[in-house]
Design a protein around this ligand. Structure first.
Ligand code: NAD
Length: 349
C-alpha cells in the first residue's frame, strides 16, 4: 500500500495537535498549510494525492479542475457540512469524503449556550460585574420552561438539541423534509410545516444543511410571519439567513435576539484575529453593535471530543480510500441524486 500524500489546508495549532495524536495509529505524513484552499492556492497541491479541508476552504469547479490536474484524487473534509465543495464537478474525477457526526452534542450544546446567554444576558452581566456594576436593571430574561422551540432540521444535531430542550420543559415543533415520526413519539415533540413553526415558536434554531432550498430561508418575508420578539439561533450555515433582513428586523424589534455561530460572509473573518484591525464588512460590524446579538466565530464544533473524533474519522476515511475499501462517508453526486443509492455507494467511479 502506498502511503497517501496529504496536504492539510487552513491549519490552526489545535488541528495539528489532534491530527498528530490521531495520526500515530495511521502513520501518514501530513503537510500542514496555514493557507485556505481556493482558486489562488491550488499550486500548493502539486505532488499531493489527498487534500484535507475545512468549512471555509473554497472548492468550486475551477479548483476541482486544478486539483485533478495536479494529481489529487481525494478531498477529505474534516467537517460534516459540504456546501463549500462542488461535488457535482468532482464526480468522476475526485472522491469527496466527510465526517458526518463527530459530536452532535458539541453543536447542540453550543446552540443552547447561545440561547441561555441571550435570554439571561450573561454576556452583558459578565462585563457589568467586572466593572463593579451589580445592577440587574435591563437583564430581565424569560423561563425557557413552557416556551415553544422550533427546530429546523432533525438530523444528528437537531435531535440532540430537541433532547436538551425537552429537558427544560419546552414544547418543541420541528420541520424536516424527512421526518422521523418514531423519534418524535419517543422524544415527545411534533413535526409541522415551516409556516406553523415560524408562527408559533418563541425560539427558532437552524440545523439543516445549506442547499438551494435552504439558502436564505430566514428572510424579510419569513421573519414577518414570526412572533414579535422571537429568538433566532443559527449554528448551521451563515447563508441560511439573509443577514441584512435580520438586521432590519432587529432594528424594528420584530426579532428580539439573534445567536449566530455562523455568518454569510464569515470566510474572511472567522477563525482569525482582527482585534488590532478595522472590520471593513459593514454588515458584520452592525451585527456586533446590538446588545441582543451574540456572535461566536463558528465554534460550535470546538470541543475536545469533537476534535478527537474529527481527526480519527478523517484519517480513517483516507485509510479506507488508500486501501480501496467502501467509502462509507463519501459525498457522491450520483448517490445524492438517488440514482444508485446504497448498492454502489463509494464505488460509483
Ligand atoms: P445531518 O445531515 O445529520 O442533519 C441535517 C438534517 O437536515 C437532515 O435530517 C435533513 O433531512 C434535514 N434537512 C435537509 N433539508 C432540509 C430543509 N430544507 N429544511 C429542513 N431540514 C432539512 O446534519 P447535522 O450533523 O445535524 O448538521 C446540520 C448542519 O449543521 C450541517 O449541515 C452543518 O451545516 C452545520 N454544522 C455546524 C457546525 C458548527 O460548528 N457550527 C458543526 C457541524 C455542523
Amino acid at each position: 500500500m502506498k502511503s497517501p500524500r496529504i496536504a492539510f489546508f487552513d491549519t490552526k495549532p489545535y488541528d495539528r495537535k489532534f491530527f498528530d495524536a490521531a495520526g500515530k495509529k495511521f502513520g501518514f505524513p501530513v503537510t500542514y498549510f496555514e493557507e485556505h484552499l481556493g482558486p489562488g492556492t491550488t499550486a500548493l497541491t502539486r505532488g499531493f494525492d489527498t487534500v484535507c479541508i475545512f468549512v471555509n476552504d473554497v472548492v468550486n469547479a475551477d479548483v476541482i479542475k486544478a486539483l485533478h490536474r495536479n494529481g489529487v484524487r481525494l478531498i477529505a473534509l474534516r467537517a460534516s457540512g459540504y456546501n463549500n465543495v462542488d461535488f457535482r464537478a468532482a464526480f468522476g474525477k475526485i472522491h469527496v469524503v466527510r465526517v458526518p457526526a463527530y459530536s452532535p452534542h458539541a453543536v447542540a450544546e453550543h446552540a443552547v449556550a447561545l440561547m441561555l446567554a441571550l435570554n439571561r444576558k450573561t454576556h452583558r452581566a459578565y462585563h457589568r460585574t467586572r466593572d463593579n456594576n451589580f445592577s440587574i436593571q435591563g437583564l430581565l430574561g424569560f423561563d425557557m420552561f413552557g416556551k415553544t422551540a422550533g427546530v429546523i432540521g432533525t438530523g444528528a444535531i437537531g435531535r440532540e438539541l430537541i433532547r436538551i430542550l425537552k429537558g427544560f420543559g419546552m414544547h418543541v415543533l420541528a420541520y424536516d423534509p424527512g421526518p422521523d415520526e418514531a423519534f418524535a413519539a419517543e422524544a415527545g415533540f411534533s413535526y409541522t410545516d415551516l409556516k406553523t413553526l415560524y408562527k408559533k415558536s418563541d425560539v427558532i434554531s437552524l440545523h439543516c444543511p445549506l442547499t438551494r432550498q435552504t439558502y436564505r430561508m430566514i428572510n424579510a418575508k419569513t421573519i414577518q410571519t414570526m412572533k414579535t420578539g422571537v429568538m433566532i439561533v443559527n449554528t448551521g450555515r451563515g447563508k441560511l439567513i439573509d443577514t441584512r433582513a435580520l438586521i432590519e428586523a432587529l432594528k424594528n424589534k420584530k426579532v428580539g435576539y439573534a445567536g449566530l455561530d455562523v455568518y454569510e460572509e464569515e470566510n474572511e473573518y472567522f477563525f482569525e484575529d482582527f482585534s488590532s484591525d478595522v472590520i471593513s464588512d459593514d454588515v458584520l460590524a452592525r451585527l456586533l453593535t446590538f446588545p441582543n446579538v451574540l456572535v461566536t466565530a463558528h465554534q460550535g464544533f470546538f470541543t475536545q471530543e469533537a476534535l478527537t473524533n474529527i481527526a480519527r474519522t478523517t484519517l480513517q476515511n483516507i485509510d479506507d480510500f488508500v486501501r480501496g475499501r467502501l467509502l462509507t462517508h463519501e459525498i457522491c453526486y450520483r448517490c445524492s441524486r438517488k440514482v444508485c443509492v446504497k448498492k454502489t455507494k463509494g464505488k460509483c467511479f
